[in-house]
Design a protein around this ligand. Sequence first.
Ligand SMILES: [Mg+2]
Length: 246
Amino acid sequence: MARYQTVLLDADMTLFDFRRSEREALRNTLQSFGLPWDEQVLRDYAKINSALWDAFARGEIDQDFLSAERFAALMRAHGGHADPWKVNHSYELALGETAYLLPGAEDFCRTLSGLGLTLAIATNGLPAAQRGRYARTGLDRYIPHLFISMELGAQKPRPAFFDRICEALGIRDRSQAVMVGDGLGTDILGGNRAGMDTIWYNPDRLPLTGPARPTYTAGSYGEILDLLSRPSPQACPTPPKNVSDL
Ligand SMILES: [Mg+2]
């Protein structure tokens, strides 16, 4: 019997190539408003957006502020005059029209679906964009459940996000579930707080920073599949903490 019966998968940069979608949607949006666009603008947007999402996760700002401020701050840094609300609205529409999987993600999901486990995507994000990508990339053929923070009324890393998913899937024993994702401050910290094991998907081999403590770290989809195919702790009482140590 496999160690875990339920696998919760993050979406962006775990399965979806969000950076490619973000880049394409940003370029199209900024160009359509006549705003500056180059590699430096993209890098600065990523920094601004990431800092605002961190502030949002800490409960310091709300989603409305985040949505407008990321473009207001970008225009303060690089110039240009446009209504940040309108820019954000166009950007979100453009983002919803893009759908790219990371290399190997489809094969990974197909193989995972053959393991006989309960599979769900558990993502922070906008319902229209995430549902659109889920269907257009064909992941709905392999992963039957999709949970989106804005529909649940709580986002990762808040325990309420995981509580609502466990309730919907009928999970009573959380030691049977695992959260898989690339986000230390969202997927891993959220899993820690929810009392669930975690697999940190870290293909770039980034250093571990912050308070999150992954149960396992995996550098590839193959390593995640190895972990999920492993027998339960009764058969393997002291699993190594990192598949690279195997
Ligand atoms: Mg992610």
